[in-house]
Ligand binder design. Structure first.
Ligand code: GLY
Length: 587
């Protein structure tokens, strides 16, 4: 049986409702609660034994779509695809088919798969395409035609569906199309993002018509957004498959818009897009196996690198709410993020050393950590100017992560993104599909920070058909070959920190996924030299960190992670980040 952390409205339905589910009454009731009056405080589900599987996303409607896929006979891969397609409707400022994703999968037969659906730079992209009068212009890499990379999410979902799913992709597309057509109620995050990006959205008539004119002039939580063009596109994809998107109508319309608006994306860029199945990054941590996403994500490399460093410290003895714990984690983060700036990029173009995840290298790095004071991590390429705005509260949850698992042994961790809120802000006319602005994740110039304040070097310079470096870290943790955790997060570079902390909380401190996600977070990315901590660490810990020499900035909340897990006793659980309005569910 499962319990519910904060609500007795939804999960007890799944907990007690097997016979009622068979009668068909409760699925209808659950759907009604989701759409009409779902209790948004529901963030976790802890069933002892689900009938089929578990789902955690940032949005209750998307979670329900994943659960419905399980009810319909799908597996965890189908559930993840249903979540992704629905998130593109109800959480479309974060992710969607105009963006990219990384998917880490463990199949019931033990195979481990990482699918790279990252955007690719157009063939006409050039190293200095964002440089004007000698300086990188962030407006060009963050909004409008030049900011767009060739989207990979749909190709990845289709690949996963064909190779590992059980349900027809068209059926999952149709379910998401119905949500787009009927509309959904905005949550307060959506409203916040709309307010934040209003003036940029207004620059693009199609985006303005959908997201501004389609809603009251001052939108508020509960307002209904309908997206009829998007619904039609989903149905066209259900009919025409990836060909419609990559070789057909969508590619053609996008190329036409780009040509008329100074972009360089062409129809042949779409035709040449490739999903790349890559070799996962694998590591070990205190006897557990870590399986995460390889370059062009920096996420897996640095989660493993930091875990390797921290393995040399007795974290459990420190307590996960102590200044000692926070200090040593931050010191390890600084070392890893310095490496990120130097070494990481698309491995098809840059030489990313495998030694970054070796235990020997971690031992060397660990020796540089002093327990009594913050170290100075020296490295080349200090940015001439740090964008101090990158870490405001409103900017820390871009992207979306969702986790699914089923009782057959299939587990998925998937992180999807348009990059910043509403991506490029461009909707391709007549399609309802928003395009990403992931070109901003390249280093526009060496040492010049991007939107997230990240600096990079040659390895992440812009080149034709290259994939921009990411921090997305969809990660699985296994013990004795069996998965025990699927986790990942949203929020630019803080994704790495959040994923790392969740793993530490589960392994070192024996917390459930729900407890792990609720615990205080911190983040340091080497440049700028600033430690971000959530206020919930408490004044004493924050004062002690300052005393040790850290420059501390205090945030109300940091990031959004989702997880599903199974503990040593075989008990399952799923958790959506309590900082957000997501939902975890079981069936
Ligand atoms: N969109 C954020 C990332 O890929 O890291």
């Amino acid at each position: 049986m499962k319990t519910c952390a904060k609500s007795n409205r939804w999960f007890p339905v799944a907990a007690h409702g097997q016979s009622l589910f068979r009668s068909g009454f409760l699925p209808v009731l659950v759907w009604f609660l989701m759409v009409v009056g779902f209790d948004r405080s529901v963030t976790a589900a802890d069933p002892a034994s689900p009938r089929k599987g578990l789902v955690a996303t940032v949005n209750p409607v998307a979670t329900e779509a994943g659960l419905q896929a399980l009810r319909d006979g799908g597996n965890a891969v189908d559930a993840a695809i249903a979540c992704a397609l629905t998130l593109g409707v109800v959480d479309g400022h974060n992710s969607g088919l105009g963006g990219g994703c990384f998917m880490t999968v463990r199949l019931a037969d033990g195979r481990l798969i990482t699918l790279d659906g990252r955007e690719m730079a157009p063939a006409a992209a050039t190293r200095d395409m964002f440089v004007r009068e000698g300086k990188a212009d962030p407006r060009l890499s963050q909004d409008g035609a030049l900011s767009v990379g060739i989207p990979g999410e749909f190709a990845t979902l289709a690949y996963a569906s064909t190779n590992y799913g059980r349900l027809p992709l068209g059926r999952l597309l149709e379910a998401a199309a119905r949500v787009a057509e009927k509309g959904f109620r905005l949550d307060r995050h959506y409203v916040g993002r709309l307010k934040e990006t209003r003036s940029q959205l207004a620059l693009f008539p199609e985006s303005e018509a959908i997201f501004l004119k389609g809603l009251p002039s001052v939108p508020s939580a509960g307002d209904r957004l309908r997206q009829s063009d998007l619904a039609r596109s989903y149905r066209q994809m259900a009919q025409g498959g990836v060909a419609w998107f990559y070789q057909g109508d969508f590619a053609r319309r996008t190329a036409e818009w780009m040509k008329a608006h100074g972009g360089v994306v062409s129809a042949s860029d779409f035709a040449r897009y490739e999903v790349v199945p890559r070799e996962p990054v694998r590591g070990t941590y205190r006897g557990y196996e870590i399986v995460s996403f390889p370059p062009p994500s920096s996420g897996g490399v640095h989660v493993v690198e930091i875990l390797n460093i921290l393995e040399r410290f007795d974290l459990a003895a420190m307590g996960d709410d102590s200044a000692e714990f926070a200090h040593v984690v931050v010191e390890a983060m600084k070392l890893a993020f310095a490496d990120r700036a130097r070494w990481l990029g698309d491995p098809d173009f840059a030489r990313v050393p495998r030694g970054l995840v070796s235990k020997e290298y971690a031992a060397e790095l660990a020796q540089r950590i002093r327990l009594d004071r913050a170290s100075v991590v020296a490295a080349a390429g200090t940015p001439p100017e740090a964008d101090r705005e990158w870490f405001t509260r409103e900017r820390n949850r871009h992207t979306t992560h969702f986790s699914t698992a089923d009782t057959e042994g299939n587990w998925v961790a998937c992180t999807a993104s348009l990059n910043t809120s509403f991506g490029s802000k461009v909707v391709v006319p007549g399609t309802g599909i928003l395009l990403n602005n992931h070109m901003d994740d390249f280093s526009a110039q060496p040492g010049v920070p991007n939107y997230f304040g990240l600096v990079g070097a040659e390895a992440n310079a812009i080149e034709a058909r290259k994939r921009p470096l990411s921090s997305m870290s969809p990660t699985l943790v296994l013990r004795d070959g069996q998965p025990i955790l699927s986790v990942g997060a949203a929020g630019g570079p803080t994704i790495i920190s959040q994923t790392l902390l969740a793993i530490l909380r589960v392994i070192d401190f024996k917390k459930s996924p729900r407890e792990a996600l609720a615990a205080p977070r911190l983040h340091h990315q080497w440049k700028p030299d600033e430690l971000h901590v959530e206020r919930s660490w408490g004044e004493a810990v924050i004062a002690e960190l300052r005393r040790r020499g850290h420059t501390v900035a205090v945030d109300a909340s940091l990031g959004a992670a989702q997880a599903v897990g199974r503990d040593a006793q075989g008990r399952w659980s799923a958790a959506a980040d309590p900082r957000g309005e997501g939902a975890a569910g079981v069936w």
